[in-house]
Design a protein around this ligand. Structure first.
Ligand code: SF4
Length: 305
């Protein structure tokens, strides 16, 4: 009754916006083909799902709440959503705001996230080594902001969406990452000008491609180009469907288990809620993995359901 009406409203407001330049928020995406499609096929991008739109809207709400909180706490917050551009790179970005700390202004980026992500991120390296591409993108977004606004340091403020906790991370200018951004922008600009889509990387990542809004135009293209064998096996199809359904739970399990391993380190015996938790240090002997040949598979759904 209420939820259905809200869902209808949210679904109606989903939209795609034209993209004619490289965006700071996307420049850390690992796939050049994706960045190329963003510029050349933005009008064919799949609309966000209802759930993705909810997450996006929630992020915006949280961002406004954090800005209000900072102002209430007495911080000077200026230049909210100021647009920037580096014309020769066709690189643009809107910085959430700038914050004055000890009489010094810093570009400010606010990211609200689930407790799982919040607990796993402490320093820039944690972002860069993260298993999720959308988290690995964040330091590049901040480096792009530093280039755009011509600053040496920025503040990344993380908010735990469940507990409301905040965590601040100072992001310092990194020449190597900024050069990477320059090269990426120039490469995409050249390809867009020549209208040549980058080839799909042979090692394309199942996790990234399965949530890509251009998968429906990118992957059929790959299917056409490569000589694919058609296997018509009902049991295999059912297993692939089942795997697809279970995948999000598996990913979430691994993420939660990793956080728990860290949080429970050093606890030998404890009762936590309904759980008995025990642990001990285990010494693992170093050993050399013998050489072997194995079949590496990658599975991607071509037709979105
Ligand atoms: S489906 Fe994968 S390879 Fe194709 S554009 Fe998206 S991320 Fe890149």
């Amino acid at each position: 009754m209420i939820v259905e009406k809200i869902q209808e409203y949210i679904e109606k407001k989903r939209k795609i916006s034209p993209v004619h330049v490289n965006r700071a928020s996307e420049i850390g995406h690992p796939c050049y083909r994706y960045l190329y499609f963003l510029r050349t096929a933005w009008d064919q991008a799949q609309l966000p799902t209802y759930k993705q739109q909810l997450v996006f809207d929630e992020g915006k709400l949280q961002e406004r709440a954090v800005l209000r909180l900072l102002e209430d706490a007495g911080f000077d917050i200026v230049e909210q959503q100021r647009p920037y551009e580096i014309r020769e790179l066709k690189l643009v970005g809107h910085i959430d705001a700038k914050i004055r700390v000890n009489n010094k202004l810093f570009p400010l980026e606010i990211k609200s996230m689930s407790p799982y992500f919040f607990e796993s991120l402490h320093v820039v390296k944690d972002f860069l080594n993260h298993r999720y591409a959308h988290i690995r993108k964040i330091p590049f977004q901040l480096q792009a902001y530093l280039m755009l606004a011509n600053y040496k340091e920025a503040v990344l403020l993380l908010k735990n969406r469940s507990s409301g906790e905040l965590k601040e991370i100072v992001v310092v200018q990194d020449e190597k990452m900024q050069n990477e951004i320059r090269v990426k922008c120039q490469t995409i600009n050249d390809l867009v000008e020549k209208q040549v889509a980058p080839e799909i990387h042979e090692e394309f990542d199942e996790k990234i491609c399965s949530t890509c809004k251009f998968a429906h135009i990118c992957l059929p293209d790959v299917k056409r180009k490569n000589e694919m064998r058609i296997v018509d096996d009902e049991e295999l199809i059912a297993l692939l469907e089942k795997r697809e359904q279970l995948k999000p739970f598996h990913d979430e399990y691994l993420e939660v288990d990793k956080i728990l391993s860290k949080r429970l380190e050093g606890i030998e015996k404890a009762i936590i809620g309904d759980f008995i938790v025990t642990g001990k240090w285990v010494h693992r002997k170093a050993y050399k993995v013998p050489e072997t040949t194995y079949w590496k598979k990658r599975i991607l759904r071509v037709v979105k359901k």
